[in-house]
Design a protein. Structure first.
Length: 344
């Protein structure tokens, strides 16, 4: 039996080695301590963390089976769903979740203290206490120090999962006490197959979404479920090509209009990712590989690439990287997009 067939009930596309590792943890009944689920957005880190938690809680699971969905613990989750929504966390008394609150720059020490206190309680179902911290790289210094004290003295049947897009920003003292699971981008063909099987898309649409999701299966699923959003992101990418023929004031207006439809840092990050997809297509167009483009704007990208030195794309790649870093640090989305446009 192939590796990916053995663990195919896990909500993962690609990253079979992570499913295999977690299966071994479950089989060995040694799930105690701290894990870091690291990697870019859109790979299914949170979904996998929730599924791992449900597997640990399940009272009837055997071997490499999926959680039963019928025992008292499983019934506190969304029964029958492999993609467990975050709101279902509140239904389980032994599962605790924190993330950066809306409008806040960091996860506060108050949040972490309440989180640690909950993990210290006895399990309601005589099972595990499991804590998940999303956006873990945004722990404040005080919150990180408070969490570290808990990690230094791990308790039996207490599992903490830190989900981080940028694990390099986590305190090294926390990283050194954790098991790191690095999630990687999934091959386009696996995402394509997943979209065909789960969403019954046409082959043409599945191919377009698989390419445009850039190796991020969770993002591809989001586009499959919300095709209006997918078309909007495509339009934003194609708008990127017009920036090169606009004057400075028109570019600033483009940034302003983009933020009207994409509020906050998360919305701005979507715009940045869409524009970066356009930059990638510029590069492919220049080297005569329009067949690999994520968009259908080959002609536009060709016009934008006229008299455009390829070395400029390398510089722009760094600018996009900085833009994402600034947005994750809660810098004004308007200022980030404007700075990006100035450097085009």
């Amino acid at each position: 039996m192939k590796e990916n067939e053995r663990n195919n009930h896990w909500p993962l596309v690609g990253n079979e080695r992570i499913a295999d590792f977690l299966e071994k943890v479950l089989a060995g009944k040694q799930a105690t301590g701290t894990y870091i689920f690291a990697g870019p957005n859109g790979l299914g880190k949170t979904t996998t963390a929730l599924y791992f938690a449900q597997s640990l809680f399940c009272q009837k699971r055997r071997g490499k089976e999926a959680p039963c969905g019928l025992c008292p613990s499983c019934r506190q989750f969304k029964t029958g769903s492999q993609v467990l929504p975050v709101e279902s966390l509140l239904a389980h008394s032994d599962l605790h979740f924190i993330k950066c609150e809306e409008g806040k720059k960091n996860i506060s020490i108050t949040q972490v203290r309440e989180f640690i206190g909950a993990l210290g309680l006895s399990s309601f179902l005589n099972s595990y206490q499991i804590g998940i911290i999303k956006d873990a790289e945004h722990l404040s210094i005080e919150a990180g120090n408070a969490l570290l004290k808990t990690l230094e003295e791990p308790k039996a049947k207490v599992v903490i999962i830190l989900i981080a897009n940028q694990p390099e920003l986590l305190p090294q003292t926390i990283v050194s006490r954790s098991q790191i699971l690095q999630f990687r981008l999934a091959p386009s063909n696996l995402i394509f197959d997943h979209l065909l099987e789960k969403y019954k898309l046409t082959r043409s649409l599945a191919k377009r979404i698989a390419r445009f999701s850039a190796g991020r299966p969770a993002l591809a699923s989001k586009y499959a479920e919300d095709q209006v959003l997918f078309k909007a992101r495509l339009a934003e990418t194609e708008k990127f090509f017009s920036l090169f023929s606009e004057d400075f004031l028109a570019r600033m207006k483009t940034a302003e209009e983009a933020l009207k439809d994409n509020e906050g840092a998360v919305g701005a990050l979507g715009v940045v990712n869409s524009w970066e997809a356009g930059m990638r297509d510029l590069y492919l167009s220049y080297f005569n590989h329009p067949d690999l483009a994520w968009t259908e704007a080959g002609e536009k990208s060709g016009l934008a690439m006229k008299d455009f030195a390829p070395a400029k794309i390398i510089v722009l790649a760094e600018e996009f990287k900085k833009a994402r870093k600034y947005l994750n640090a809660n810098v004004s989305p308007k200022a980030v997009l404007e700075q990006l446009i100035i450097n085009l």
